[in-house]
Design a protein around this ligand. Sequence first.
Ligand code: ADP
Ligand code: MG
Length: 380
Amino acid sequence: MPAPAAPNAMLTLDNLGKRYAGQGQPALSGVSLSLPAGDILGLLGPSGCGKTTLLRLVAGFEQPDTGQVWVAGRPVASDDHWLPPEQRPVGMVFQDYALFPHLTVAENIAFGLQHRQGLSRAAGRGRVAEVLDLVGLSAYADRYPHALSGGEQQRVALARALAPQPALILLDEPLSHLDAQVRLRLRHEVRRILKETGISGVFVTHDQEEALSISDWIGVICQGKLEQFGRPEAIYRTPASRFVAEFVTQANFLPAQSLGSQAWQTDLGLLTLPLAGAAGDLMIPQESLSLEPDESSPVVIQDCQFLGRERRYCLRTPAGREVHARVNQTPQLAVGTHVRVRVDADQVRLFETRPADPQFSFSINSVTGSKPAGNRVDAV
Ligand code: ADP
Ligand code: MG
């Protein structure tokens, strides 16, 4: 059996694949990645793309059809190795908390320690107190789950997974049942706790902002395949495919035609962009647009949302296309205002349409040549 590629990896997947009985398409195929020890991987992808399947294969709740899983330098699943879930140094946190309603908070956490051999009762109690402190719930040890908020219940679930001191924690959309404010707070808490304990994590979510903010690495999955694996910023700035770009960046995609000499015809008008290519879709991040009132422009503000630090404008182009712009300019521009749109050319990428397969094939061309940061190009 080949050794996993990276010697300091906490988790290595090698050509991992799984097809459920009776399913035509595999739920997961050809997934290979390596997560360095102490790091957090955010797994991002739409519902049904195989995220939970990947976690279940790592935890040992499913057996792979192809490939290998290595945890902490040991093979746990391959053609000739199989370690049952309870023998893997892996903890799991589920979306629905999965606490035992008839056990107190402390008893729920102690439950995860039952299988630990050689742990005295006193040491077990000490460990429960320690993880309760880590998740900020020391005062809640004797409460029952029904007397806790959703966020508190998820903290208990996290404490329960942490108690046996796993090398790796798998979190399956752990925040998706919580309201927005609690989600934001817990997102930072989870990262802090994992970093403080040095435990590696795989955090599954379908929320791109959550994935980008919590993770050291991002893996984007589409229909069972790993589309891209890399640092959050690299994924955001240089998406490897149109799918990744649309799913992760929430950017605008505008059809564009090159007229030569860096001039591109778009719905927003003529843009001057130093891009190589003939035609395709421009990826224009929402934050790369700025607006200026101009009665002669055919682009009009259709809606405006106040998001706190910034506003999100929905613009309508003459062709009836919606374009979104996140800007923090004051004062607010009224709905119905005609605006001239400026685009930060450095942030624009082209997904070029290939003549042979105009609908589905795209190649990427980034802005060519080096240009000063913040260079702005007017749409005229
Ligand atoms: P995600 O967590 O990304 O939403 P899942 O890993 O749960 O996706 O599912 C991936 C695919 O596998 C889906 O098409 C789903 O219907 C299918 N699937 C998941 N679990 C089973 C199962 N136990 N039996 C059959 N098909 C399954
Ligand atoms: Mg799932």
